[in-house]
Design a protein around this ligand. Sequence first.
Ligand SMILES: Cc1cc2nc3c(=O)[nH]c(=O)nc-3n(C[C@H](O)[C@H](O)[C@H](O)COP(=O)(O)OP(=O)(O)OC[C@H]3O[C@@H](n4cnc5c(N)ncnc54)[C@H](O)[C@@H]3O)c2cc1C
Length: 605
Amino acid sequence: MAPFVSTAVPEGRPKKIDRPPWHGSCLGQHETSPWFEESLRLAKESPRKIPIPPGHTAQSLEVALRDLAEILGQQWVKFNDVPLIDGDYHAVPLSHDSYHILDPDDLVPSAVCWPADTEDVVKTVKWANKWKVPIWPISVGRNLGYGGSAPRVRGSLVLDLGRRMDRILSVDTENAVCLIEPGVQYVTLYEHLQEIGVGNDLWVDVPDLPGGSVMGNALERGVGYTPYGDHWAHHIGLEVVTPTGEVIRTGMGSMEGSECWQLFPYGYGPHQDGIFSQSNYGIVTKMGMELLPNPGGVRVFMAAFPRREDLYQAIEIIRPLMIKKIIGNVPMFRLGLQDASLYKTRDDFELDERGIVKPDSLKKVIEELKTGEWVFYAVVYGPDEITQAKYEYVKKQLGQINGTKFYQREDVPPEHYLHNYAHYTTGIPTWRELDRMKWVPNASHMFFAPVSANSGQDAERQSNMCKKRMEEYGFNCLDTFFIGTRAMHHVISFMYNRKDAEERTRALACIRALIDDCAKLGIGEYRTHLALQDQVAKTYNWNDGAIMKFNEKIKDALDPNGILQPGRSGIWPKEYRGKGFELWGGERRSASTESEAEISFGSLA
Ligand SMILES: Cc1cc2nc3c(=O)[nH]c(=O)nc-3n(C[C@H](O)[C@H](O)[C@H](O)COP(=O)(O)OP(=O)(O)OC[C@H]3O[C@@H](n4cnc5c(N)ncnc54)[C@H](O)[C@@H]3O)c2cc1C
């Protein structure tokens, strides 16, 4: 086989990425897909009653939703009375959070609607203000591990923007930027670039799984693997519908006739974009996104470290390589066990009585897979001479750690993750990460994702602390550090069997304990699941929680009726504050109320 340098993907860039025939959001229509039969997993059977949002009765909600159906068209509004089918990554349900950590019937909408364009979004927002119904926009709804498509307030209306607003509005090939709508997925943007003949020159930064929305992920401040791996940092210009129904464009887009909306991010005066990420201050309907120009060569490699203690020294060595941009991407430092979970299930290991992998058993698997206690995946970009020199330099630095082994693609077997990594780092989508979802039966995961300094000390204390706490609760700590220039996303996959209520409760209690452990040391999460957002928001407590007071002032000013995503990121509108909507842990929540139990609306059509 030819060496893998220069293109890193001599196998070429596929025009299309294979996926199952059913790859989209679903509201109870899974049965129509023959493929789906295999993976159909019922969380709650039909018939279900429609959940009612706060301040409504069954009757008032029904009148309101029928009004919306008049506005958007009968076929674009549906009640959520379908069975709760968990589906899987490809067939993602709109009825509930398929990776539920609470009761599956807890965080559920009353209905879903499908706006066609910005105008429809404006109409829906005005409708929500008129009827005081909470609304929850999603782009694609694959926010799995953080709440999926589910709303925070039970009975909200979900706006599934992605179904009909999925256009790639422009690709400026000279300036390497595009303008997209919410439903554009990484995989569809990639395929579009291939189709218009620029796929080799302009790359999309893809995260682990490419079925997410480019916009939704950026709004969540998600991460990928190329130099553009900080997705929010590489958006450029927004169109936003405010909670009272005005349409604004940010940056240069706020000037009539400007040609620089996707070229210069700031415009004039205050820069508003930041308040629309991880917030409930607006519905984004268009977003500019930078595309990565092909850097003219790539060298992908893996370093494997033999001891758990090597984490400290390795991160100390990597920090200057990041700050000086010798390593050009967002590299990944991953626990050997987390790496092994791509190839093995938990039951392939010998476990202790708590279900924790025994160290000797892990050692055997590490030897079999020829990895290490920690593995480091990274890439250097540029022409061969440059990547060769950079690679030698990185090897020399990391080689100071005794026993470190280095691998390039030609050194590993075809099923090795390093080949997938070469795809990620050159913007080619892959589904490989789904292999991890076999770790336990009915696997779901939540991510516990604290921010770490790029320092051996911080990484080591976080990793050891999380391992100890998780093992105490009977969970294997599967950590990965996504390394930025000066800080890391320390992302721990919290794998649990969603069918096992006891295991779910234990997982939630454990993650709550971790949030508290971390907060005591001044460690905060970059993103969290819906059920944990109040707790995490509260840990950002400098100066008596000044930041939340500021957030609430903005919320009250922009959203006087409190209709847009109440509770997102722990920000509650004034009508909701202190009325028992927050989730702090230990609540006994019953999924449905008595009034809900009585109603069933029937069809809107
Ligand atoms: C195995 C696995 C691996 C994963 N790996 C990664 C990874 O590498 N990197 C990563 O970042 N994530 C990862 N995730 C998490 C998640 O799947 C992705 O982040 C995904 O892109 C988020 O879903 P989405 O893009 O469909 O966004 P959505 O679910 O549509 O939205 C995400 C959030 O943003 C809000 N929102 C969406 N659109 C709008 C809008 N237009 N206006 C206002 N608010 C909006 C929604 O209310 C929601 O809260 C992984 C998940 C799994 C299961």
